[in-house]
Write a protein that binds this ligand. Structure first.
Ligand SMILES: [Zn+2]
Length: 475
């Protein structure tokens, strides 16, 4: 296995830095130097700085010598550094199925496409191929942190952890627990079996990354319909013992909600099922939350559980649209997820794009689109600045990492991407339209307009370099 992710050199990054420190606002730091020490931690942010000034003043202040500093300069007005994207909900094991969903909805999609693919990854050679490509693809799209679901197979799950660690992606690795709903060939024999398998993965990850600094286990009950009451109780006990984070799904689709009501007749609601089993707490990441009731959302807020909003998936599987503004106003922390392969795209930039687009179909809670006032409709819409916040700092909050990643601040870790927007040449004879992908910047756009164009037409071709904890992980 490759060594851990410290580059061994101090680094200086110079140019324009853009990040979302609060919801709805991007901060632009132009002509700035960000100094990152050999451990990957930001140790200084210097405004009004260039390469020469950095060498003359910053090195002395930091006690750095010239020969032990690597410099990266964002070269012109159309390059900038942006925090790495955070995918708060993604199934690495479903990656080969991206785009393959037909007209299915959640429950038939699981049986037709998902369970057979996940079960097939008990072949470790297949798992290696799938997981390696999934990590490469998401890194290339600027995803520096991912909360992964693997499969029920311990060896394949451990392999995903190994690959994230060696390829340098910050990751949460979930061994999926499910003792019902799945086909016979893809089920935990018992809650005991699921607990032992989860513990085995936790111990494996502890051996490769003892403090879970880059790769951490995450307790993963698939979702309520796939877990017996005993399973949920046992996983809750395990969570209390280990204090590990947890992830599951909630209220994605109408038939799923009906199934939860049938399977847990004593439960007052879907959220209540998780709550009465002791797993609705500040360590829990709930994917989707499309159809939560007012009472459920209030309960989620009260328990400080987090939500992964997966707009791509929710559109693909006809699940609906989560009311993100409504969730945020209740004080719930929300991040974005690709939810591959319910979602078809590996890109969190794409999730941000979809988050703003689907919010246009919403109204403020309580009414129909046709009778909503313009003010209500406008309120539900998410801006570019807001969805980029969800893609970075919001995701960091959801994963309990807001003190480490998501923004550029002294003391935070250098999880970042260098974006190149490209520019349409002034001389049409020099016009090579393919260089910068889908994005055409003419040079007269304001920075806000450039960022909007990036969100709507940018892709991995604009993501030139990606770092995690100071280590270059994609170029
Ligand atoms: Zn999912």
């Amino acid at each position: 296995m490759a060594p851990s992710s410290t580059p061994g050199k101090n680094q200086v990054f110079i140019g324009t830095f853009i990040h979302a420190k609060c919801l709805g606002e991007l901060e632009y730091l132009h002509n700035t130097a960000v100094c990152v020490d050999a451990s990957g931690t930001i140790v200084a942010i210097e405004p009004n700085c260039n390469q020469q000034k950095a060498v003359e003043t910053l090195y002395a202040r930091l006690g750095w010598s010239l020969d032990n500093v690597a410099i990266t300069v964002a070269r012109h007005e159309l390059q900038f550094f942006f925090p790495g994207f955070i995918d708060t909900h993604v199934h690495a094991s479903q990656y080969p199925n991206v785009g393959v969903f037909g007209k299915s909805t959640l429950l038939d999609w699981l049986n037709k496409y998902t369970f057979p693919m996940e079960a097939s990854l008990s072949s470790l050679s297949k798992a290696r191929r799938v997981y390696t490509r999934c990590i490469r693809r998401t890194l290339a799209n600027g995803t520096t942190t991912a909360a992964y679901y693997a499969t029920i197979d311990v060896k394949a799950t451990n392999l995903l952890a190994d690959l994230c660690y060696s390829m340098g992606q910050r990751a949460f690795i979930g061994r999926v627990c499910m003792d019902r709903l799945g086909p016979e060939y893809y089920l935990d024999e018992s809650p005991d079996h699921a607990i032992a398998a989860t513990r085995a993965t936790v111990e494996h990850i502890r051996r490769i990354d003892s403090n879970f600094e880059l790769v951490s286990p995450i307790i993963t009950p698939r979702f309520a319909p796939a877990c017996s009451s005993e399973m949920l109780t046992r996983l809750s006990e395990l969570q209390k013992q280990t204090q590990l984070p947890m992830q599951t799904h909630i209220s994605e689709n109408d038939n799923e909600i009906k199934l939860v009501a049938e399977l847990f007749p004593d439960g007052k609601s879907y959220a209540d099922v998780y709550d009465t089993h002791g797993i609705l707490n500040e360590k829990m990441i709930l994917a989707h939350a499309v159809h939560l009731t007012e009472e459920e959302a209030d309960l989620v807020a009260e328990r400080k559980a987090k939500i992964a909003h997966c707009p791509c998936s929710n559109s693909a599987l006809t699940s609906g649209v989560a009311r993100v503004r409504w969730l945020l106003e209740k004080g719930i922390q929300v991040g974005l997820g690709t939810d591959m392969s319910g979602g078809y795209s590996p890109s969190i930039l794409d999730a941000a794009r979809q988050a703003t687009i689907v919010s246009n179909h919403l109204i403020a809670p309580g009414g129909q689109l046709s009778c909503a006032s313009q003010e209500e409709r406008d309120k539900a819409k998410l801006s570019i600045e807001e969805v980029l916040y969800l893609a970075t700092k919001g995701g960091a909050q959801v994963l309990g990492l807001a003190d480490k990643i998501g923004t550029f601040e002294v003391g935070m870790q250098w999880d970042a991407q260098l974006i190149d927007l490209g520019r349409v040449p002034d001389d049409v004879a020099e016009d090579d339209y393919a260089i910068h992908g889908n994005l055409d910047i003419f040079g007269w756009e304001t920075w806000d307009e450039r960022i909007a164009k990036w969100v709507f037409n940018g892709d991995d071709r604009n993501t030139k370099k990606v770092w995690v904890r100071g280590r270059l992980v994609h170029e």
